[in-house]
Design a protein around this ligand. Structure first.
Ligand code: ADP
Ligand code: MG
Length: 267
């Protein structure tokens, strides 16, 4: 298997994930205005905030699906290889290194994003084999075990359209886990689901949190956020308006924006 770049001794290695002063604009719209966050290994950090506050953009910057205009991202002591600021637009310096880092930052999307023409097990096996050159037989065993873990072993040879939304999202989580990610990123993983299917996906996520996975979660499921998070960050208009432990933030929100957001969502 390919290796990710060497660890640096100069990085902020006390944090497993360190996002430092990220800025991102789309044309006239400044979406992220200097956002920083730190997650220690085994921590769950949740991002909450109104629609349009920049939550998805922040997750996309963390795995370089979007390139931040300024700021740095470190993962397990390795800085993501972006070209240095020289006045021009920033670029990815080392495509191969980014592919490998991205593979270690599995993202689970609201819309599942499974390949419709591949079976569930093929979906789970795809990236380890093609991105990490993992051996096929071993990957199949691992994929089977992961599908059993998320409770859909019997669906291994079905196609995504034959599964419920909750089952598809659990398949997407198994696919993410098959890459043995350092960090799991979740962008509203239950928002597209019928209400009765939300619980089965949250249960899988709860188990992942309990086993010590490092996770960054965007979710509107406030009781879940409150229960699993070590830290909650409230994003407002592209900046961090407030952050703290769930107890602090939910019990005593300091800013008017956060108070308003919580009282609307918790009604
Ligand atoms: P959230 O996930 O909190 O709802 P987003 O990060 O998706 O917020 O979006 C924040 C703002 O950035 C929104 O105003 C959105 O329209 C804008 N935006 C997001 N992605 C793009 C893009 N690729 N091009 C232009 N504008 C974008
Ligand atoms: Mg979003």
């Amino acid at each position: 298997m390919d290796e990710v770049p060497e660890r640096s001794s100069t990085g902020p290695i006390q944090s497993y994930l360190s996002v430092q002063n990220i800025y991102k604009r789309y044309a006239e719209l400044e979406v992220l205005k200097g956002v920083s966050l730190e997650a220690a290994q085994h921590e769950v950090v949740s991002l909450i905030g109104a629609s349009g506050s920049g939550k998805s953009t922040l997750l996309r910057c963390i795995n370089l699906l979007a390139i931040p205009d300024r700021g740095d991202i470190w993962i397990d002591g390795v800085r993501l290889p972006l070209s240095q600021d020289d006045g021009g637009p920033r670029r990815i310096r080392d495509q191969k290194a980014v592919r490998l880092m991205r593979a270690r930052l599995a993202m689970v999307f609201q819309s599942f994003n499974l390949w419709s023409h591949k079976t569930i097990i093929e979906n789970v096996m795809e990236a380890p084999i093609h991105v990490l050159n993992a051996p096929k037989a071993e990957t199949r065993d691992k994929a089977e075990a992961l599908l059993a873990r998320v409770g859909i072993a019997d669906k291994r040879n079905a196609y995504p359209a034959q599964l419920s939304g909750g089952q598809q999202q659990r398949a997407a989580i198994a696919r993410a886990l098959c890459m043995e990610p350092k960090i799991l990123l979740f962008d509203e993983p239950t928002s597209a689901l019928d209400p009765e299917l939300v619980g089965e996906v949250l249960k899988v996520m709860r188990d992942l949190a309990a086993e010590g996975r490092t996770m960054v979660v965007v979710s509107h499921e406030m009781s879940f956020v409150r229960e699993v998070s070590n830290k909650v960050i409230f994003l407002h208009q592209g900046g961090i308006a407030e952050q703290g432990t769930p107890a602090e933030l939910f019990r005593r929100p300091q800013t008017e924006a956060c108070q308003k957001f919580l009282s609307n969502i918790l009604q």
